[in-house]
Design a protein around this ligand. Structure first.
Ligand SMILES: *Cc1c(COP(=O)(O)O)cnc(C)c1O
Length: 492
C-alpha cells in the first residue's frame, strides 16, 4: 500500500480522555442528567464519539479536503456545469451576521434588508432574462424546471385545455424530460439536424393542439446558439404552446441576448452556475424562474413586494401554483448571486459572457489537431469534442477523463450530450487565464499522443489519486467512505 492510503479514520485517531476543549470548573451544583431529562430521552450507552484534540480534528479534515478537487485548487472544465471561480467577497457577504442570524419567521418590518436584497435580485434577473417577474424559490435548476412545468400545466388548465405533450430535443439535459414526466406530461423527442440545431421539419410535424410546451437550452448542450429560435418560437406559439428556457448555459449570453426577446415564456437560471456559487456534490443551489406577463398569476407565492416605502411578502394570487419550497429559497445563494451581479455591473456581465465564449473557442481550436470536433465553427461558452479517433486505439472518453486526473485537472463532462459518440464536453469558463488554458491544451495533446503510442497507460489511469478506478455504479449505490479498504481490495 502506498503512503497515500495510510490515512486513519477519525475514530482511529481517538485516545481515551483526549479533549478538544478544556472547561473551567463548574460553579453551580452538579446534577445527574437522569434527573433532568425524561427516561426515554436517555441513552443506554454513551455515544461512540472520537476523543480527539483540536489539532487532530483540524489535520484530519484539512487532510481530507486536500484529497478533493475543487475550483479553488485547479482547473474544472466540467461542461454545462459552469464551474467558474467564485469570488470570496460573495462568501463574506453571505456570512454577514445580519443574514446568517436571520430567522425565517422574523417579521417583515425587522427583515427589510433581506427583503430588499431579494426584491432587487429579482429585478436584475428579470432584466437579464427579459421577463416580467421572477420567483427565487426553487432550490436548483431541475427544481426550476419542475416549477416551470407546473406553471405550463396551470396555464393550459386555466384556459380549459388538457394539453399532454412536452417536446424536448435529443440533445437536452436529462432533467428536462424528467421534470416534464414528473408533472404528468408525455415527453416527445425532437431530433437535432446536421448542424446541431432543432430539426425544423420534424418540429413542425410534432407540434399540434396537444403541445403544452417545448423545452429548449440555448445555447444548446452542444455549445451552439440556436439560430432558428425566432422560427421555433413562432411554430410553438402558433399552436398555442409555451416555450421553456433551460438557462443552465446562460453564461454565454448575459447582457448580450435575452431569452424573453427570443420568444421564451418561462426562463430558469441556475444561480449556482452563471452567478457564481460553489456547487457540486449536491448543493446548495438556486434555480430562479422568470415568466412573461401573461404567466405572472401562476408564479409561486409569496412574491416579494415593494410599495415605494416598505418591502413585504405578497401571498395573493388565486391562480398561483402555490409554494414550491419552504420559506423563501436557499437565501445564502441569493446573497452570493446578488453580490456577484453588483460587483460586475451590467458591463462586467457582458464581459464575463464574452470572455467565457472567447476561452471556449480558444480551447476548441487548440484541441482541433488532436481530437475530433463534431460541430466545428464558432462555439459559445462550451464545446463538445469527441474521442472517436482515440477509440481506434482502444482509448475511450472515460479513459481520457481518468488520465486527466493525473495532471491535476478535473475531467470534462463525458458521454453527454447523448448524440455525440465518445463525447467530451468542455467548458473552461471566463475565470481561467491563458496559461491555464494552454496547459490544458498541452495535457490533452499529451494524452492523445499516449493514446496512440501507449494506450494501456491511458486505459489504466489514474495513478496519482487516493483511489484508482472504481466500479462507479457500486460506488454510487454502496459508498465505502473508509476508502482505504477500496485500495486493499484493488491490491489484493
Ligand atoms: C445543470 C443543468 C441542469 C440542472 O440544474 P441543477 O441545478 O443541477 O438541478 C439542467 N439543464 C442543463 C443543461 C444543465 O447543465
Amino acid at each position: 500500500m502506498s503512503s497515500q492510503t495510510d490515512y486513519p479514520l477519525i475514530f482511529e485517531r481517538s485516545q481515551p480522555g483526549r479533549r478538544g476543549v478544556s472547561l473551567p470548573a463548574s460553579d453551580v451544583p452538579r446534577k445527574r442528567v437522569a434527573d433532568l431529562l425524561p427516561s426515554q430521552a436517555l441513552r443506554d450507552k454513551p455515544p461512540a464519539l472520537p476523543e480527539v484534540s483540536e489539532v487532530d480534528v483540524i489535520r484530519h479534515y484539512t487532510g481530507l479536503s486536500r484529497r478533493n478537487h475543487g475550483v479553488d485548487n485547479g482547473f474544472y472544465p466540467l461542461g454545462s456545469c459552469t464551474m467558474k471561480y467564485n469570488p470570496k467577497i460573495n462568501e463574506d457577504m453571505a456570512s454577514l451576521p445580519g443574514f446568517t442570524g436571520l430567522h425565517p419567521y422574523t417579521p417583515e418590518e425587522l427583515s427589510q434588508g433581506a427583503l430588499k436584497l431579494m426584491y432587487e435580485l429579482e429585478q436584475y434577473l428579470s432584466e437579464i432574462a427579459g421577463v416580467a417577474r421572477t420567483t427565487l424559490q426553487p432550490a436548483a435548476g431541475a427544481h426550476g424546471e419542475l416549477t416551470g412545468m407546473l406553471i405550463v400545466k396551470a396555464y393550459h388548465r386555466h384556459k380549459g385545455q388538457d394539453r399532454r405533450q412536452v417536446i424536448v430535443p435529443d440533445s437536452a439535459h436529462g432533467t428536462n424530460p424528467a421534470s416534464a414526466a414528473m408533472c404528468g406530461f408525455d415527453v416527445v423527442t425532437v431530433k437535432s439536424d446536421a448542424t446541431g440545431g432543432v430539426d425544423l421539419e420534424e418540429l413542425r410535424r410534432l407540434v399540434g393542439p396537444n403541445t403544452a410546451a417545448l423545452m429548449l437550452t440555448n445555447p444548446s448542450t452542444l455549445g451552439l446558439f440556436e439560430k432558428n429560435i425566432a422560427e421555433i418560437a413562432r411554430i410553438v406559439h402558433d399552436a398555442g404552446g409555451l416555450l421553456y428556457y433551460d438557462g443552465a448555459n446562460a453564461n454565454a449570453i448575459c447582457g448580450i441576448s435575452r431569452p424573453g426577446d427570443m420568444g421564451f415564456d418561462i426562463v430558469h437560471f441556475n444561480l449556482h452556475k452563471t452567478f457564481s456559487t460553489p456547487h457540486g456534490g449536491g448543493g446548495p443551489g438556486a434555480g430562479s424562474v422568470g415568466v412573461s406577463a401573461d404567466l405572472v398569476p401562476f408564479l409561486p407565492r409569496p412574491l416579494i413586494s415593494f410599495d415605494g416605502n416598505r418591502y413585504g411578502l405578497d401571498y395573493s394570487g388565486p391562480l398561483s401554483i402555490g409554494r414550491v419550497r419552504t420559506f423563501y429559497a436557499n437565501f445564502g445563494v441569493l446573497v452570493k448571486a446578488y453580490t456577484y451581479i453588483r460587483m460586475l455591473g451590467p458591463d462586467g456581465l457582458v464581459r464575463m459572457s464574452k470572455d467565457a465564449v472567447l476561452n471556449a473557442n480558444y480551447v476548441m481550436n487548440g484541441l482541433r489537431p488532436y481530437y475530433h470536433i463534431p460541430y466545428p465553427g464558432l462555439c459559445q461558452h462550451e464545446f463538445v469534442a469527441s474521442a472517436v479517433q482515440q477509440k481506434k486505439h482502444g482509448v475511450r472518453a472515460l479513459d481520457v477523463a481518468k488520465r486527466l486526473l493525473d495532471f491535476g485537472t478535473h475531467p470534462p463532462t463525458i458521454y453527454f450530450p447523448l448524440i455525440v459518440e465518445e463525447a467530451l464536453m468542455i467548458e473552461p469558463t471566463e475565470t481561467e487565464s491563458k496559461e491555464t488554458l494552454d496547459r490544458f491544451i498541452s495535457v490533452m495533446a499529451e494524452i492523445a499522443r499516449e493514446a496512440e503510442l501507449e494506450p494501456e497507460k491511458v486505459q489504466n489511469a489514474p495513478y496519482t489519486t487516493p483511489v484508482g478506478r472504481l466500479d462507479e455504479t457500486r460506488a454510487a449505490r454502496h459508498p465505502d467512505l473508509a476508502w482505504r479498504s477500496v485500495r486493499k481490495e484493488e491490491d489484493g
